[in-house]
Write a protein that binds this ligand. Structure first.
Ligand code: ZN
Length: 359
């Protein structure tokens, strides 16, 4: 039997190589547990694919051209790029601590502004975008974006006042005085968020990807907008063959966010718990469901980790190893894989710990 990964019940056949695009961080207030969940799951998907002999080319961007980042930099009295560099340093340190392998490519938005200008020009040429007072807007109605059902945890992007239709996302917009701005045929301006990611994905990985990863709150309008722009440019559909939209981490029912004042930072958790326990806390659950960070959950994960280490030290045959890998290939079912590992012990447990990056 050929080993292959299935996600959300859909098989994802691959021949030796996979391209994955991970919507990365806006480098400020990093790294909270919600961010970490997305990148740890992306890492596990890649590790599971490597286990079955698929080489993974992963591109994880850094959104360092962003209005919220700029506002935070201004409050700190810093230039946006040096402020972002500090945020990214902290993020990289947290990812290394959590055992997340560095991506193959880590493009930064400020190096791809030219790409957004090219994207905007091409979309105008194709008649799926229009210009209003120096802003380029993408026509949602021409591309099926207007029929997307908006999920309850969608990220909020206020519509542009220049939009003909409030669902039309911005590809490029004029800068306001004092903002970092770049030249374009429509005057000094800044890229739209979805357009930035589309330009980075297209220039780094080419016209389509096998896996698109991001937090569930990015499903719409960010991922739908980005995919629609890429597809309108290339004609290659779908932009992403499969998606890994990682469930939102909540505290007392509220999404973890700076605005909610409920951030739990990885760096703080690392002071009291082993990194592998934090990783296990994020992974020992279905990847697509939102969950609440309960008091004591991290201690419970640390306990499970101890039991897994004890199981791995047992002298047991390797007959259950295939079952561990099969569980991981079946929609990245980590809880099932770990149950087998804990019960069977030996090689099966060592395999689970190794593939999941828990050793
Ligand atoms: Zn993105």
């Amino acid at each position: 039997m050929t080993l292959r990964l299935a996600l959300a019940g859909e098989p994802l056949p691959l021949v030796g190589r996979a391209r994955a695009y991970v919507c990365g961080i806006t480098p400020y207030d990093t790294t909270h547990l919600g961010h970490a969940a997305t990148f740890v799951w992306a890492d596990v998907a890649a590790r599971v694919l490597r286990r079955i002999g698929v080489e993974v080319e992963m591109c994880r961007n850094v959104t360092d051209v962003d209005d919220v980042l700029d506002a935070a930099a201004e409050r700190a009295g810093r230039r946006f790029d040096s402020f972002a560099a500090v945020g990214q340093f902290r993020f990289d340190r947290d990812m290394a601590a959590l055992g997340v392998r560095p991506p193959t490519h880590q493009p930064r938005a400020h190096n791809h502004v030219d790409g957004v200008v090219r994207l905007a020009s091409a979309l105008l040429e194709r008649g799926v975008a229009y210009e209003r007072d120096g802003e380029i807007l993408f026509r949602a109605a021409a591309t099926g974006l207007d029929v997307v059902e908006v999920p309850p945890d969608a990220s909020e992007v206020p519509p542009s006042r220049r939009a003909e239709d409030p669902r039309d996302p911005t590809v490029w917009r004029p800068a306001t005085p004092g903002e970092a701005a770049w030249p374009s045929p429509w005057g000094e301006g800044r890229p739209g968020w979805h357009a930035e990611c589309a330009a980075m994905a297209l220039s780094v990985l080419g016209p389509a990807v096998d896996l698109h990863v991001g937090g569930a709150d990015l499903r719409h309008p960010h991922h739908t907008g980005m995919a629609a722009m890429a597809e309108a440019l290339t004609g290659v559909r779908p932009f992403a063959r499969a998606r890994l939209h990682v469930g939102t981490v909540r505290v007392d029912g509220a999404k973890m966010a700076k605005s909610a004042g409920n951030l739990v930072l990885v760096a703080d958790l690392l002071e009291t718990h082993p990194a592998a326990a934090i990783r296990l806390l994020l992974l020992d659950r279905p990847w697509d469901r939102p969950w609440d960070l309960a008091p004591g959950a991290l201690d419970a994960a640390a306990g499970r980790l101890e039991r897994l280490f004890a199981a791995a030290a047992r002298n047991a045959g390797g007959v259950a190893t295939d079952a561990v890998v099969a569980a991981l290939l079946d929609d990245l079912d980590v809880p099932a894989a770990l149950d087998i590992a804990e019960n069977e012990g030996g090689e099966a447990a060592r395999t689970a710990l190794s593939v999941l990056g828990l050793t």
